[in-house]
Ligand binder design. Structure first.
Ligand code: 13P
Length: 249
């Protein structure tokens, strides 16, 4: 089964609305590759101008977070229907920075994943271990728990649409990319976990990205691994280098 690669930028807390439009206009010609899915996950306030700026291109727009309620008294939060109405297709959920700085739990991530699917948004569900966990030899246990709890109550049909991003925390923003072997090993284990929870067809269909200091030099080898279906890119997604990552072949 051949899965279509998905290469997503996570802009994190960078770019004002006007800077965002300028960056899209700069990157648009560089990421014009119809062989892969290209997604720009941008700050909430940038969504509306970025959706307008990518019109007519191959770029799809994602959000970096979302709340799990429909609407109501949740000051400062963004509802799934707001994202959909604005033209968003993807939403990053459970990024390690949300877990670390904003206390998001696996249960929160699960509620968000289910709510996103209800609204036909594609969740990019993040998982990944800390350096301490890797050193303690509990990487697989930890990541398996994040994935299993994150997908609780999600049907096999829905799970096939989910994108899982494996991002070891020690590789994020550090310039230290996981080795190809380390990244492939965990992505393969995630696929086995999906097979155990669902079935072989679901495991074959689900797309698993690697993230953590992906750059133009490492993308080609990482994305060539059998269980790595693309990348979630932070720092390098804000630069022309993202074009080289999207055109990694
Ligand atoms: P960097 O590519 O900057 O390491 O960030 C990775 C990441 O967290 C993407 O979500």
């Amino acid at each position: 089964m051949s899965r279509r690669k998905i290469i997503a930028g996570n802009w994190k807390m960078n770019k004002t609305p006007s800077e965002a439009v300028a960056l899209v206009n700069e990157l648009k010609p560089l990421v014009a590759n119809d062989d892969v899915d290209v997604v720009f996950c941008v700050p909430a306030i940038d969504i509306v101008p970025v959706v307008a700026a990518v019109k007519g291109s191959n770029i799809q727009v994602g959000a970096e977070n979302m709340y799990f309620e429909e609407s109501g008294a949740y000051t400062g939060e963004i509802a799934p229907a707001m994202l959909v109405d604005a033209g968003v297709k993807y939403v990053v959920l459970g990024h390690s920075e949300r877990r670390e700085y904003f206390g998001e739990t696996n249960d929160d991530v699960n509620k968000k994943v289910r709510k996103a699917l209800e609204h036909d948004l594609v969740p990019i569900m993040c998982c990944g271990e800390s350096l301490k966990q890797r050193e303690q030899g509990v990487t697989m246990d930890f990541v398996r728990q994040q994935v299993k709890v994150g997908l609780q109550g999600v049907t096999a049909e829905e799970a096939k649409k989910v994108v899982i991003a494996y991002e070891p925390i020690w590789a994020i923003g550090t310039g230290v990319t996981a080795t190809t072997e380390q990244a492939q090993e965990v992505c393969a284990a995630i696929r086995v976990c999906i097979k155990e929870v669902y079935d072989g067809a679901t495991a074959d269909a689900i797309r698993i990205q690697y993230g953590g200091s992906v750059n133009a030099a490492t993308a080609g080898e990482l994305f060539a691994q059998v269980d790595i279906d693309g990348g979630l890119v932070g720092g390098a997604s804000l630069k022309p280098e993202f074009g080289d990552i999207v055109n990694y072949k």
